[in-house]
Design a protein around this ligand. Structure first.
Ligand code: NAD
Ligand code: UDP
Length: 322
């Protein structure tokens, strides 16, 4: 059966993930209202959409109430990189918590389905590996990452309370590290740092001994997962991990970036940030069962595309990818 076209609100729509989501929703025929305060996002990410007849861009901070009419809400507004979210921790918590309350209130009034962009950070520095959704996490409530981790945990609590108390139709995606074109070159995340350092021939900065692990999901796969979760019928009122279970040490990632770019950059070691999780890898059995979803893009392929994007964005010569 043909899917009815919808009016969709994307908060944080001018950010890295949000802008890709806007592209995909428009491509399938939806109307998109992109709301963003441009804290870490930028008009540049959605510049190509500004003339689109079904696209609207609104500058707004989600910590304040929003009165619009839509059928679905993707709540992505929140800085995601540790450098950015620690820059103004109080604003980060306000965005996560007040933003969730405002968007849930809107969903309640409109009887709209709402999806929360939650995070693997709700598991903190995990003691269970890989992390299934049942795992309750190991989170420091008073550290420098807490504004984000606890803000996102509180947002999840709000989502489930609005569901139980007000029957709001919720979706909660626990997103693991995602990368791809339109990441901010200065956002301090590991993939953007390593690629920009490699392309500029600067030293590649490994924090700690580089033996900590992460699992990297290419943005196209991630957006697929988010949209499948939003569209899922039946009982999807459970958190769902969305990420790529391929697990790499940060040192392996650095070596791969060096090989792919052919850079002469050396690897240098810097102190490990406080509360930096030692290992992270999603158990995606629930997403596979509930959504029939699994990531398709291997790390090397996704990195090649991302390297090409950064070379162009920085006005540097694209390496002959090896
Ligand atoms: P991003 O920083 O590129 O995008 C976030 C967007 O939200 C930006 O455009 C920013 O300007 C906007 N924003 C921030 N505060 C706002 C506010 N108060 N009001 C309105 N807009 C606001 O980050 P991203 O990687 O695209 O992440 C999007 C969402 O996905 C975030 O909620 C993040 O926590 C979540 N997430 C991302 C990852 C990842 O690896 N990219 C992992 C886990 C969770
Ligand atoms: N990291 C690193 N060098 C960098 C940036 C990050 O070694 O220049 C490490 C960081 O300490 C962490 C991992 O890479 O262990 C992922 O960091 P990121 O900030 O991308 O995301 P996180 O998963 O920690 O939120």
């Amino acid at each position: 059966m043909k899917r009815a076209h919808k009016r969709v609100l994307v908060t944080g729509g001018a950010g890295f993930l949000g802008s890709h989501l806007c592209d995909r929703l428009l491509a399938r025929g939806d109307d998109v209202l992109c709301v963003d305060n441009f804290f870490t996002g930028s008009r540049d990410n959605v510049l190509h959409l500004l003339g689109h007849p079904r696209f609207e861009l609104m500058r707004h901070d989600v910590t304040f109430p929003l009165f619009v009419e839509v059928d679905e809400i993707y709540n992505l507004a929140c800085p995601a990189s540790p450098v950015h979210y620690q820059n103004n921790p109080v604003q980060t918590i306000k965005t996560a918590v007040h933003g969730a309350i405002n968007m849930l209130g809107l969903a309640k009034r409109l009887n709209a389905r709402i999806l929360q962009a939650s995070t693997s950070e709700v598991y903190g520095d995990p003691t269970v590996h890989p992390q299934p959704e049942e795992y309750r996490g190991n989170v420091n409530p008073i550290g420098p990452r807490s504004c984000y981790d606890e803000g996102k945990r509180c947002a999840e609590t709000l989502f489930f309370d609005y569901h139980r108390q007000n029957q709001v139709d919720i979706r909660v995606a626990r997103i693991f590290n995602t990368y791809g074109p339109r990441m901010h070159p200065n956002d301090g995340r590991v993939i953007s740092n390593f690629i920009t350092q490699a392309l500029r021939g600067e030293p590649i900065t490994l924090f700690g001994d580089g033996q900590q692990t992460r699992s990297f999901c290419y943005v196209d796969d991630l957006i697929d997962g988010l949209m499948k979760l939003m569209d899922a019928e039946g009982d999807a009122h459970v958190p769902v991990n969305i990420g790529n279970p391929g697990e790499f040490t940060i040192r392996e990632l650095a070596e791969l970036v060096v090989r792919l770019t052919g850079t002469g950059s050396e690897l240098v070691y810097r102190p490990l940030p406080t509360d930096d999780p030692m290992q992270r890898c999603p158990d995606i059995a629930r997403a596979q069962k509930l959504l029939g979803w699994a990531p398709q893009v291997p790390l090397e392929q996704g990195l090649r595309r991302t390297i090409g994007y950064f070379a162009e964005a920085l006005g540097l010569e694209a390496p002959a990818l090896t």
